[in-house]
Design a binder for this molecule. Sequence first.
Ligand SMILES: [Zn+2]
Length: 321
Amino acid sequence: MALTRVQGIFTMALLLSGTCYAAVEGPWCYNDNRCGPPTWVSHGHCGDSRQSPIDINTTEAVFNSSLGPVTLSGYDDYRKLREIKNTGKTVYVKLKDGLFLSGNGLPDVYKAKALHFHWGNGASKPGSEHCIDGRQYSMEFHIVHTRNNMSLSDALDDPQGIAVLAFFVQASKSAKGKTAKAWESFSKNLLRIIKKGSDSELKSTVSLQDLIGSTNLAHYYRYSGSLTTPNCNEVVIWTVFVEPILVPRKVVAFFPFCIRSTDSSSGPRLNNNFRPLQGLHNRMVEASAFLKPRLATSRASPPVAFILLLLGISALGVLLL
Ligand SMILES: [Zn+2]
């Protein structure tokens, strides 16, 4: 029975992380010309026009005063992080029941199912999927939720079936304190999942809230997009938080150092597991309510220097007359 339960968990894990080869037309990968991102257009919806990730142009984002802080429930309970697995494409963490996301702009309550990570190569080569004004961060992690506790297969048939919370991680020498310690503790689990396919019970007392740290849950961008792995289903409401979580450089480097992309502990290291940026096309990115001062400053208030320049030109005009 235990084996059946575990098999069930990881069947769901593979589906959620988009690594189930049976669900697509062939194998896909990140770093090989034969199966890398340019070839993904042959998989499901990957060639469609509402894809993720995107570069978020903050001056083009449309302010929405109804987008307050997201509401998270259960995220401070470390017991919700159940198993950790190396899928060969990512580090995947299965979550227990009882984690909920809600807030304005979301049509329903969403239930967290799992989280996974995207990274670059070491602490100096960034690997986030989304960018903000062209800036790519060291890492990005995604907490995947389904609408009203739908099964994943049902969620994939609903245009708003999945909500993903995206958090940036930035390698920093100044990362200290509780959040830095939580990431150090969490990352020790990577040593037990070096090989693709390996999995382990999580051995830490770190909660999702501990990993998120003091990130302001009122500062985010919202848009409609897709899964970032085949079949790239366009069913995701994205919430991309602005403020990166500062994490020690050694922890960021530990992901590509430990995790292998094959079932050999001496196999190639898994790195640069992020999808390239996709076009925005006809979509709108919304900025949350508490980002208003920043937007108002950049849009509505002309720089003081520019005003002074105009006044100077006017005065010069008067003198010449
Ligand atoms: Zn992801």
